[in-house]
Design a protein around this ligand. Structure first.
Ligand SMILES: [Zn+2]
Length: 555
């Protein structure tokens, strides 16, 4: 009855409108952008396909056929003819070390998705040419030697000297090993007999080969000069543009460093931020019982969900207690009861404060230990509805999934194998074919999504991740995974399910009326191209919040 009355009231109001008012009302409801004549892969619950989209302000207002949507356009509507191209929702990475990556991006020679050693060295040569004598040329992960289809040989000191005789060079392969040239060794004080580091590899004559083993990778990287503060914003902006071009529009950001977050806030204030940043932040619980005791009272102070749909804090994470943070290339962990007791103290405070948790969890025994603690805490402080997430989970087992489902938990799958698959096979043997156990996770019915854990532990290109999930191949083409999934399920895990994992399911993850207009126009159809081409998909246009953030035609 009430509804009937209000419609009547609106109708009589319209009768009184002047012609000018009609025009204003029509313009207000007219879409700003209409994209038509496409294949809109909406990724809604029914995975429906449409032809056209209408956008008003930062939201999608209508999705449907050409004949339903095109007539909505007015004289001020920007019309985009998709000419049959595929459109998908903006891709969401549920776990990237985003801010840290921006702080070095401009100076790094990135090898994300580069499948040939020769191509990688060409990029290195080009960078050396552009860099002044004496300045560092480097990258900090995102690649491994196993991704080079033409030649997987380690880089030799001599080879790097030939390319860069006048610049120190540091090339970090994931967190697994690092290669330095002579200038690099000298700059870091590693080229003498005095440097007695066990991780510094020497030849038969005792001369450093330039290779640094796993144990020294972080220590050596930490010695690189810090980028000038005044240039970090420019580096961040350059990275964001590359991320938009790669199809990424939203991130679960592992660690939103307080010294770097203001850059993103500034961009947001100026209406220039074209990625959404949902922070996963801890309070520094440290590595000892004393540090934990000091940190416990701070946990309840952590504030979540007070930001915008561009920047917000959403999770406690990713590390709960340092000693139980599994390293990348360890086969088996042995979490001690006293360590797990401390871990439980911390998560008790997190549950009491009703905070969402996103925790680094990798090895089988660690995950068992964590689930023991969570089940115990859950009895006193229920965690259902808090969206507690285990992240990385490359060694997750069916027994873990059953317990997680019971607890109402989720999985952020961060597949290190996309670049580290070769190393995994050497370290973990046959079982590396199940890292990550994608089809087991998919078939468990648990809500899960994809993140990269880039930019160091992994590459960051989402279509490379999707290609890996569908074909089982790591960068360079070696088959490393047997638990592949369908391209539909993979896409859902990089969009709609991830929207849930960043608490944005009402705003993001699918192309539906009412959601934020974050979407990608692709150069080919993700659903029908040969699977091996998925990694080669290029974004033609990236729209974030109704604004064109990247357009290949206006580069
Ligand atoms: Zn982690």
């Amino acid at each position: 009855m009430k509804r009937f009355t209000s419609i009547g009231a609106v109708a009589s109001g319209l009768l009184l409108m002047s012609a000018a008012a009609w025009l204003v009302a029509a313009q207000q409801s007219t879409p700003d952008i209409v994209l038509s004549n496409g294949k809109i892969i909406t990724v809604d619950e029914r995975f429906s396909i449409a032809q056209a989209i209408a956008i008003k302000g930062d939201r999608i207002v209508a999705v449907g056929s050409n004949s339903e949507i095109v007539p909505l356009a007015g004289s001020n509507t920007r019309r985009i003819d998709l000419r049959g191209r595929a459109v998908i929702p903006g891709l969401i990475d549920n776990h990237m070390h985003l801010l840290r990556a921006g702080a070095t991006w401009k100076w790094e020679v990135r090898w994300d998705g580069v499948g040939f050693r020769k191509a990688a060295l060409d990029l290195l040569r080009a960078r050396v040419k552009k860099t002044s004598h004496g300045e560092w040329v480097y990258n900090l992960g995102g690649w491994t030697l196993d991704q080079f289809a033409d030649d997987k040989r380690p880089f030799s000191r001599e080879e790097l000297d030939e390319i860069a005789p006048d610049n120190p060079v540091l090339l970090q392969a994931s967190y697994y090993e690092t290669y330095l040239n002579t200038r690099g060794l000298q700059a870091l004080g590693l080229d003498g007999k005095a440097a007695a580091n066990p991780w510094l590899v020497r030849d038969a004559n005792g001369r450093p080969t330039g290779r640094i083993e796993e144990a020294g990778v972080r220590e050596v990287a930490a010695k690189l000069p810090v980028a000038p503060a005044g240039e970090i914003e420019g580096s961040t902006v350059a990275m964001i543009r590359e991320l938009n071009r790669a199809g990424l529009t939203t991130f679960g950001s592992a660690g939103c460093e307080p010294e770097l977050l203001p850059i993103y806030r500034r961009l947001a204030d100026q209406d220039k931020l074209t990625v959404r940043v949902f922070c996963i932040n801890g309070v520094g619980t440290g590595t000892s019982p004393d540090q934990v005791a000091r940190a416990l009272p701070q946990i309840a102070q952590l504030k979540v969900f007070q930001g915008t749909n561009y920047i917000d804090n959403i999770f406690f994470g990713e590390s709960v207690y340092g000693p139980l943070h599994d390293p990348m290339f360890l086969v088996k962990s042995t979490p001690r009861p006293d360590q797990l007791a401390l871990w439980r103290q911390i998560i008790t405070e997190i549950a009491k404060a009703r905070l969402p948790l996103h925790v680094h969890a990798e090895l089988e025994d660690t995950i068992d230990g964590f689930l023991d603690q969570i089940e115990a805490v859950n009895k006193e402080y229920p965690i259902k509805n808090l969206r507690w997430v285990l992240a990385h989970v490359n060694r997750l087992q069916p027994r873990h999934l059953a317990r997680m489902r019971e607890l109402g938990m989720y999985a952020a799958v961060n597949p290190w194998a996309v670049i580290n698959g070769g190393i995994n096979h050497r370290v973990f043997g046959e079982s590396a074919f199940d890292m990550a156990p994608l089809s087991t996770i998919q078939n468990s019915g648990i809500t899960w999504g994809f993140g990269s854990d880039g930019s160091r532990a992994n590459q960051i290109l989402p279509f490379t991740t999707l290609w890996w999930a569908v074909t089982g191949k790591m960068v360079g083409g070696t088959r490393v995974l047997r638990q592949t999934i369908s391209r539909e399920d993979a896409l859902i895990a990089h969009t709609r399910k991830n929207a849930y994992l960043v608490f944005q399911e009402n705003n993001l993850g699918s192309i539906q009326p009412g959601k934020l207009a974050d979407l990608l126009v692709l150069d080919r159809d993700y659903l029908t191209i040969p699977a091996d081409q998925i990694k080669d998909i290029q974004t033609v246009m990236t729209i974030v919040g109704g604004k064109i953030a990247y357009d290949s035609e206006t580069r």
